[in-house]
Design a protein around this ligand. Structure first.
Ligand SMILES: Nc1nc2c(ncn2[C@@H]2O[C@H](COP(=O)(O)OP(=O)(O)O)[C@@H](O)[C@H]2O)c(=O)[nH]1
Ligand SMILES: [Mg+2]
Length: 325
């Protein structure tokens, strides 16, 4: 691949080049990964920045419907919108967005929108890296907003929150008065809670649920990166396309405040630092999984078990030898 030529195409907003580059970043092959890294380095001087919005919610809450309506609202304002998906279960389901592309018919036809389903064979370890690279590629291609969708299971929410400027939690109206078992840790990551389906018969339940969450958010420890009134809960209807403009106003207001106060840049710097550390850790673990390292560990483990060598000394020997692997 001609890195310089591809970079130029991406910089000019060429969607095919962008799609190919993301495929490269998704590949498990070392040479592909190296090319993706080189491509990102070539694009870096552009310093293009999108608003990265993480969007989480359990299946059925209305994520796809919301993204379709919200995405179209944004493109209607002349903004370019990219949608990426992180779906740890996609190995089974074949990609979250792909499955309900029908719910995003309008958006997928929109020339100012770019929708990327999650790849079907996910090795969980690589998901974070390729999602971050896909985000950066979309930014370089000139997208103003990058929506990163994830289903509310496992570690994926934390991961997406760690690569977003804004984290939005989508909830459905609760039947009773229970707080839908949303884990405290996830509430603490949310900048905005949107209670969806606030329409028709569900409106009263949505109103109650929203009030419950406003109350619950008030009980959380105040975070320095929030202006007065945040995190916030509000009602929307993705289906009736209500409350979406208000939600966007809140998101914009929050991003602008964080930009002015320096919290926006600080969060991105902290995230870069975090992911750097993660990659080092992952790289080391990969090395430990090599056949050579495994054999060395096994051989030494026998000696440790037999009391011939101390555990500390043996560990030191293994780690020293990793340098050459
Ligand atoms: N009443 C109502 N139904 C909605 C709304 N948003 C989504 N739905 C419905 O909820 C179901 C699941 O929506 P979907 O977008 O596929 O949810 P996802 O699994 O989170 O992507 C579909 O039948 C939608 O039509 C809404 O705002 N109001
Ligand atoms: Mg969906």
């Amino acid at each position: 691949m001609d890195i310089a030529a591809t970079a130029e195409k991406i910089a000019n907003g060429d969607r095919r080049a962008l799609a190919r580059a993301i495929t490269l970043a998704e590949s498990g092959r070392a040479d592909h990964r190296a090319q993706a890294t080189a491509l990102l380095e070539t694009l870096k001087p552009l310093e293009r920045q999108a608003v990265r919005i993480g969007l989480s919610g359990t299946p059925g809450v209305g994520k796809s419907t919301f993204i379709e309506a919200f995405g179209c609202l944004l493109t209607g304002k002349g903004l370019k919108v990219a949608v990426l998906a992180v779906d740890p279960s996609s190995a089974r389901s074949g990609g979250s967005i792909l499955g309900d592309k029908t719910r995003m018919e309008r958006l997928s036809r929109d020339l100012n929108a770019f929708i990327r389903p999650s790849p079907s064979q996910s090795q969980l370890g690589g998901v974070a890296r390729r999602t971050r690279e896909a985000i950066e590629l979309c930014e370089a291609a000139g997208f103003d907003v990058v929506l990163i969708e994830t289903v509310g299971v496992g570690q994926s929410e934390t991961m997406v929150a760690e690569m977003s400027d804004l984290f939005v939690l989508l909830l459905a109206p609760a039947g009773g008065d229970e707080l839908q078992g949303v884990k405290r840790g996830i509430m603490e990551m949310a900048d905005l809670i949107l209670v969806n389906k606030a329409d028709g018969d569900l409106k009263p339940a949505a109103t109650r649920t929203c009030a419950d969450y406003m109350g619950a958010l008030k009980l959380l420890r105040k975070r320095p990166q929030d202006p007065e009134g945040f995190p916030k809960a509000m009602m929307v209807s993705a289906l009736a396309e209500e409350g979406l403009e208000a939600a966007w106003d809140e998101m914009r207001g929050l991003v602008n405040w964080r930009r002015e106060t320096g919290f926006f840049d600080k969060a991105r710097a902290d995230q870069s630092r975090f992911w750097f550390g993660e990659e080092v850790r992952q790289g080391l673990l990969r090395r430990l999984e090599s056949a050579e390292a495994k054999a060395a560990v096994e051989a030494l483990a026998e000696k440790v078990a037999a009391g011939e060598i101390s555990a500390s000394r043996a560990a030191e020997m293994v780690l020293k030898n990793l340098d050459g692997v």
